[in-house]
Design a protein around this ligand. Structure first.
Ligand SMILES: [Zn+2]
Length: 263
């Protein structure tokens, strides 16, 4: 029975996958059966401060793949600007041997991410979101980062290094800064993943992404062709439409679907 259900959900995911292509794991819907949610499934748990009063971002990295401190500083700053966490947002860094330095499928990312978690994503009054920085590349090697469920992200430093052009404009460090914030934007449901924005800012050719090149949610941020779109200055911030979407979700004026928790 369990297998039948999984196959059914798998087929559904294949049928729907063009809607979730790009750096949102294409089989993210397969997680509904495991209650791990889709990217954006813990949006309200992050935006609301009444039940989950603190947050921990857990980062597990393969030796030699530690995130840049500029990336993690920026990430905490951006999360603090949109999520209501009166007890604060903390970072927890751990070196981990993922035993895979080759190709990563969405399932590989999910399994390694969940093995690395020290807590359930919602534990007592704390929300835990997990990032892995493994060696190796995603199965689509043009993908620099991926959000595979409501609380799990992978960032592919090898691909980010490859995306840096000869002139280092933008540098791999700057690309990593933007990609990390971008993937957390997907965990916050951006753009239109768990809601419909009153503003017309989703890129019609790249679902789940912004059409504004000044937003960190701009579609090209996920892609190894990033250096073709930007000279040096990459966006690292959510734009006004992104922020107004998050504000509307937080105050309830924009309905939010597929939530693992609601206030
Ligand atoms: Zn993306």
């Amino acid at each position: 029975m369990e297998k039948g259900v999984r196959i059914c959900i798998g087929i559904l995911a294949v049928l729907i996958s063009p809607l979730l292509s790009g750096c949102i794991g294409s089989d993210a819907l397969a997680n509904l059966g495991l209650n791990r949610g889709i990217p954006g499934g813990l949006t309200l748990a992050c935006l609301d401060g009444s039940t989950y009063t603190s947050m921990v971002v857990e980062i597990d990295y393969e030796a030699g793949y530690e995130p840049e401190s500029t990336s993690t500083d920026l990430l905490i700053e951006r999360l603090e600007s949109v999520c209501d966490k009166p007890q604060g947002i903390e970072l927890k860094l751990t070196e981990t041997d993922f035993e895979n330095e080759d190709i990563w499928s969405p399932d590989n990312v999910r399994d390694a991410g969940w093995d690395a978690k020290s807590h359930d994503p919602r534990d007592d009054s704390t929300l835990y979101w997990q990032v892995i920085f493994p060696a190796g590349v995603y199965e689509d090697s043009s993908v620099l980062g991926v959000a595979v469920d409501a609380s799990t992200i992978a960032i592919f430093k090898d691909s980010i290094d490859d995306a840096e052009n000869f002139f280092r404009r933008p540098s791999a460090e700057k690309i990593e800064n933007s990609v990390l914030v971008h993937e957390f934007g997907h965990l916050l449901g951006l753009v239109n993943t768990v809601y419909t924005s009153p503003a017309d800012h989703e890129d019609s050719s790249h679902p789940g992404h912004s059409n504004n090149e000044d937003s960190v949610m701009y579609w090209a941020i996920e892609s190894s062709s990033i250096a073709n779109f930007f000279d040096n200055d990459l966006p690292t911030e959510f734009d006004l439409d992104d922020k107004q979407d998050l504000q509307g979700l937080a105050d309830g004026s924009i309905p939010c679907t597929d939530q693992l928790w609601k206030p």
